[in-house]
Design a protein around this ligand. Structure first.
Ligand code: AMP
Ligand code: MG
Length: 521
């Protein structure tokens, strides 16, 4: 197994001088040494063939003992020095101080075809940042992370990736619903990859400690490697850096809104400086379209991280990052100006995303109201977001009003709730929609083609992930593999997977793992 090692983070940035592994505050350092815990009996559950290739490995490598050993944490790659990163963060709106990689260990960085990949094991034991926790992960949350990160990539959403999912052979104690009923679950390790795992919180921790020297060192490193078009070490460069991070974050959130993804824990330690979706915990997909929905039971009271709030929370998080960068610039004004520009940038992108979902190719000044009206009607009775947009593309302009509703009937969870009033709301909206299509000389076939590449047919619904988890728990990994393959082509009609283009079944409505998720992972 040949890996093209090219470490930068642990070579160019300051390291914690303490080598021992015990929980502590780590100052004036970007990372600490951390060695993965030896799994007692590692076994491969699933490997992403695409990521295998991306890092220059072959099918033969995949079946080697070395692959199993390296990506389960059993063996350290020669010439590398694994580490855990130091970062802080705002959790649910409050500064939480030092957090850090409490259960992620960075193995090394690779350079393959001019692309940098940092490799990280998640769930491979305690680090100096684990606080009172165990540094481990369970099969349940690891299946969710592995499948969803790959699915998101294929949906066109910027994300960290996942190479492999392995069982460690060890048992892990978890109180899944935080209700005082802990139970043993199978331990697992996911190997995830990204050009870098640096988060907003990596900058915040230095700012919070008035450590400007290391704040600058980290920012210069980040610019040098990941924002090469920017000049490091200059005031203008830092301002441009912040603007680029804002643009990338905004782009990511627009994609989330487009596909109906709800991250669930948008704390500043869970926001990537590269604008990648990171830290798949209690995330979920809108099934019934509901603005206020969050999959995270920990957030069920305040809905801070609900679907509709994601764009605003991204801005709030960017404001925290901006504050952290002020010492490098010497004033807050230029950063504030960039933050003030967020709404003005978001709105046109949001409108253009919605137009694409509806197959509209012209702009109208009333578009915002038109979309708002749709978002309201979608919530009058529970309506499946994915099925609604996907089926809307089948509509023919010359259809009569009553024919039009037939296209979207499959999207309603409770057809018995479709009163005359509700049907009228839909008829009116659909009539307006078809008028609009006619006014821009929309062609049915072309419109369907353009809509089908932005409205996915298959997403990893919460209950689907749970089915794959339940099977995997019994040692059957076939559903994980099926979903992995299906979700590689989320916009294609795949007849063999037609059963997964369906509403969430009733049994899943209130089942743990399907509609309710906690941070316990
Ligand atoms: P999260 O919000 O899940 O991304 O995690 C917040 C913080 O808690 C991060 O610093 C994680 O590394 C840490 N953390 C979460 N779960 C564990 C665990 N099982 N063991 C150690 N640290 C953890
Ligand atoms: Mg996190």
């Amino acid at each position: 197994m040949k890996l093209n090692i090219n470490d930068t983070f642990n070579k160019e940035l300051p390291k914690d001088s303490i080598e021992e592994n015990f929980p502590r505050q780590v100052v004036e350092s970007c990372f600490s040494s951390a060695v993965p815990r030896t799994p007692s009996n590692p076994k491969i559950v699933h490997v992403s063939d695409e990521m295998l290739q991306a890092i220059g490995l072959t099918e033969q490598d995949k079946s080697s003992q070395e692959f199993l050993n390296v990506f389960s944490g059993k063996k350290i790659i020669q010439g590398t020095a694994p580490y855990a990163m130091c970062y802080g963060g705002h959790q649910f709106g409050h500064w939480a101080g030092q957090l850090g990689d409490g259960r992620a260990i960075n193995l090394t960085e690779l350079l393959v075809d001019n692309k940098r990949w940092a490799i990280q094991l998640k769930g491979s034991g305690a680090t100096p940042y684990s606080r009172t926790a165990d540094g481990l992960a369970v099969l349940r949350s690891s299946v969710r992370e592995h499948l969803c990160s790959e699915a998101m990539h294929h949906l066109g959403v910027p994300t960290t990736r996942s190479l492999s999912l392995m069982l460690t052979g060890d048992q892990v104690l978890r109180d899944m619903m935080y209700d005082g009923n802990p139970d043993y679950e199978k331990g697992a390790v996911v190997c995830r990859l990204a050009p870098s795992f640096i988060r907003f919180g990596n900058f915040q921790i230095f700012a919070s400690r008035q450590d400007e020297k290391n704040l600058k060192t980290l920012t210069d490193y980040t610019i040098r490697h990941f924002f090469p078009q920017i000049k490091e070490g200059t005031k203008e460069g830092y301002i441009k850096f912040f603007e680029d991070v804002l643009d990338r974050t905004l782009e990511m959130v627009i994609h989330w809104q487009r596909v109906g993804f709800v991250h669930g824990v948008m704390n500043t330690d869970n926001l990537s400086i590269l604008g990648l979706t990171i830290d798949y915990g209690p995330y979920g997909w809108l099934e019934g379209y509901e603005d206020n929905w969050t999959p995270n039971t920990t957030d069920s009271q305040h809905h801070r991280y609900s679907y509709a709030k994601q764009p605003g929370i991204a801005l709030w998080n960017l404001a925290q990052l901006g504050s952290a960068l002020v010492p490098l610039i010497g004033e807050a004004k230029p950063l504030q100006a960039i933050l003030d520009g967020y709404k003005g940038k978001y709105q046109p992108k949001y409108l253009s995303m919605m137009r694409s979902k509806l197959g509209l190719h012209t702009e109208k000044s009333t578009d915002d109201l038109f979309f708002e009206e749709l978002e309201k009607i979608l919530q009058v009775t529970e309506t499946d977001m994915t099925i609604f947009f996907r089926n809307l593309a089948n509509l023919k302009i010359e259809n009569t009003a009553s024919e039009l509703t037939s296209y979207i009937l499959d999207a309603f969870y409770k057809p018995e709730e479709l009163t005359e009033n509700i049907l009228k709301l839909w008829n009116d909206w659909l009539a307006k929609y078809t008028d609009r299509l006619r006014s821009e000389d929309s062609i049915d076939k072309e419109r369907k083609q353009s809509m089908d590449v932005v409205n996915p047919k298959y997403v990893l619904r919460n209950y689907m992930a749970q089915l794959a988890i339940d099977k995997a728990d019994q040692g059957d990994y076939t559903l994980i593999d099926s979903f992995y393959h299906m979700l590689k082509l989320p916009y294609d009609d795949q007849p063999e997977y037609e059963q997964w283009f369906a509403k969430r079944p009733e049994w899943a409505r209130h089942k743990v793992g399907c509609s309710m998720l906690s941070c316990s992972s």
